[in-house]
Design a protein around this ligand. Structure first.
Ligand SMILES: [Zn+2]
Length: 570
């Protein structure tokens, strides 16, 4: 490909709307362009990378026994009503529905569980037809409230979605392991480091689930890992050992009211009373599906809203406003569950395990010492609702946990029989009895993976593509093309390399060496070849890996073979 003919252009300035490295670099490299918020064009260079990722994915899915299909993006709402997900998707789905000329409601599919289960319900009859593993590469739509970071959180995106159908849980467990391995292979073949972590299943339902995280500083997820036993989980789901509060005081002491003028925050109260935050009880107020909720948790622990929503089995959860708190006659900053009536209370499991905690006095400038769960107050729900963070203790081995930022680039779920029951996907077992099919689903956002690859592989000059997903393998720079010897050699080498099956991006423009080198670094192809009058005097060309600082001179004679050898060894 000649850069002079390439439809896109590089740009020097950092685009205003881009705040993450991948968004900035993909725009500056002319690989993507924005159509509207969360909607992007993949220009030729990005599309080449994406096709390479797709090929790796197809290869691994086929190896794992997958059959590729293509399902429509437009889906009838009836399928979503059958699964009940027209409700479970909250406000996201209605925004993506449309009505056809016959007044039928259609959905721009955010996923395809319903459609694929419907296929299997039609074609799978007996246990002999199972297992089945189906996948597709398809466009998906999510009406994200906050599209951000370019391809990381877009509203339309290309996804691998794969679905497994088995006779029973044992079949699902086995295909799940196979897909876990296939996913790990895909990232490795794309030249990317990934961590599989235990994850929350969210709106999609199901029990076990894993996410694949690409470690990157700009990631919006936090992964909690144990450096000793290998435990890894999304912070949304991570568990940790909650040490006993302060001194192990097991004998409940009498309640004691104490003046704490102006001390509201946990740290202020703890310092004022000379106790640690571990010995305090924190009250936090939420509104869950419209109901006011009083949450109590040990003072040193943050609330994990995902765990809280699960404990309450609600769809929508948010912090209560000051006005809503006042409306409940609660004295903010001095609230306590003692004597509370008519409000649902949720306690973290750290609370019953602790003794003699400091809590609010239910009136201004007052706290109460020695509050004890069971004797002084109770909760309607007791559950683990605490957020894990670096330094917390691993429940498996007692080691201090670590936190790394990551970008979620894949998510797999054991769905079980959730969809097959609702959509009528049954089979006849060996004894002739009808049984419900057991499902799993497996997804990768391809655009997000492309962007995450850039987040993980770039420097201050530009992108550093892993060789297997680089748009081109070689960036050929011809310097001073008005010199006949240069342009002749460059054209000849371009043809030779291309004929030899090497992918070459050829900078044949009449630009200065500075501009050409800057663009080569920004675009980030693995190997740069430079043809200049000076090197031609020595009958040589300059060759440089994008990952290395130093260039080397290679004889022009036999250069194509030499380049081929270098690329094969990479
Ligand atoms: Zn551990």
């Amino acid at each position: 490909m000649r850069i002079s003919k390439l439809v896109s252009k590089t740009q020097r300035e950092i685009p205003n709307e881009a705040d993450t490295p991948s968004h900035q670099l993909l725009l500056r490299a002319g690989m993507i362009s924005q159509v509207a918020a969360g909607m992007y064009n993949y220009l030729p260079l990005a599309w080449r990378s994406l096709r390479k990722i797709e090929n790796i994915i197809r290869d691994e899915m086929d190896l794992a026994g997958g059959q590729e299909v293509f399902m429509p993006t437009l889906q009838p709402i009836e399928l979503w009503q059958k699964s009940g997900r027209d409700q479970a998707f909250g406000t996201t789905l209605p925004a993506l529905t449309t009505t056809d000329r016959r007044e039928r409601v259609l959905v721009l599919g955010p996923t395809h569980e319903e459609v694929v289960t419907d296929i299997v319900a039609h074609y799978v009859r007996s246990y002999r037809d199972l297992p089945v593993n189906i996948y597709q590469l398809q466009n998906k739509f999510r009406d994200e409230p906050r599209p951000r970071a370019g391809l990381i959180r877009a509203r339309e995106f290309i996804m691998l979605d794969a679905y497994s159908f088995d006779k029973d849980q044992a079949g699902l467990d086995s295909v799940y392991q196979r897909m876990l391995t296939a996913f790990a292979n895909m990232y490795a073949r794309c030249g990317l480091k990934s961590i599989p972590v235990e994850a929350d299943s969210g709106a999609i339902g199901g029990k076990d689930s894993h996410e694949f995280m690409l470690p990157a500083e700009t990631g919006e997820d936090t992964v909690i890992t144990c450096p000793k036993c290998g435990y890894a989980a999304n912070a949304e789901k991570a568990v940790f050992a909650k040490s006993k509060a302060g001194e192990p005081q097991t004998i409940p002491l009498p309640l004691e009211e104490i003046a704490t003028p102006g001390k509201k925050a946990i740290e202020e109260v703890a310092t004022f009373l000379g106790v640690s935050a571990v010995q305090t009880l924190k009250a936090v107020f939420y509104v869950a599906d419209g109901e006011f909720i009083f949450v109590v948790i040990r003072g040193d622990l943050p609330v994990n809203e995902i765990k809280l929503a699960h404990a309450l089995k609600v769809k929508e959860l948010r912090l209560a406003t000051q006005a809503e708190v006042t409306e409940q006659n609660i004295t903010a900053g001095f609230a306590s569950p003692i004597g509370l009536k008519g409000i649902k209370v949720v306690a973290d499991d750290s609370v019953p395990a602790a003794a003699n905690l400091v809590t609010g006095g239910n009136k201004p400038d007052t706290h109460i010492k020695n509050a004890n769960y069971g004797r002084d107050f109770r909760a309607d729900v007791v559950a683990d609702i605490a957020l894990a963070k670096a330094g917390d203790i691993c429940t498996r081995c007692g080691t201090g946990l670590q936190a790394v930022r990551g970008i979620e680039v894949g998510h797999i779920f054991k769905l079980g029989t959730l969809y097959s029951e609702k959509l009528g996907a049954y089979f006849t077992d060996e004894s002739g009895n009808p049984q419900v099919i057991t499902m799993g689903c497996y997804g990768i956002g391809l655009g997000r993976l492309l962007a995450a690859a850039v987040e993980q592989n770039h420097d201050e000059k530009g992108i550093v593509w892993p060789a297997s997903i680089a748009p081109y393998q070689v960036h050929l720079c011809a310097l001073f093309i008005d010199e006949p010897k240069v342009i002749e050699t460059a054209e000849k080498l371009y043809n030779e390399l291309t004929t030899a099956g090497i992918e070459v991006l050829y900078d044949d423009r009449a630009e200065s060496p500075g501009v050409k080198f800057n663009d080569a670094d920004l675009l980030g192809m693995p190997l740069r070849i430079t043809i200049s009058p000076r090197n031609l005097e020595k009958n040589s060309v300059e060759v440089k890996w994008r990952t290395e600082k130093k260039a080397q001179l290679l004889p022009l004679d036999g250069i194509t073979g030499a380049i081929k050898g270098m690329l094969n060894r990479k």
